[in-house]
Design a protein. Structure first.
Length: 44
């Protein structure tokens, strides 16, 4: 399996200081709908 695209997240505050690294939606993947979110939380 090969890597097609590497997404880098941007920090997003979900409220109350709860920070996540948001990978989607992203400008590089505009084909993904605006209501699809892919977040990473925990040790960054």
């Amino acid at each position: 399996m090969r890597i097609v695209i590497k997404l880098t997240g941007h920090e997003k505050d979900l409220g109350g200081g709860f920070m996540v690294s948001r990978l989607l939606p992203a400008a590089a993947r505009q084909s993904v709908g605006p209501f699809v979110f892919f977040d990473h939380f925990g040790p960054l």
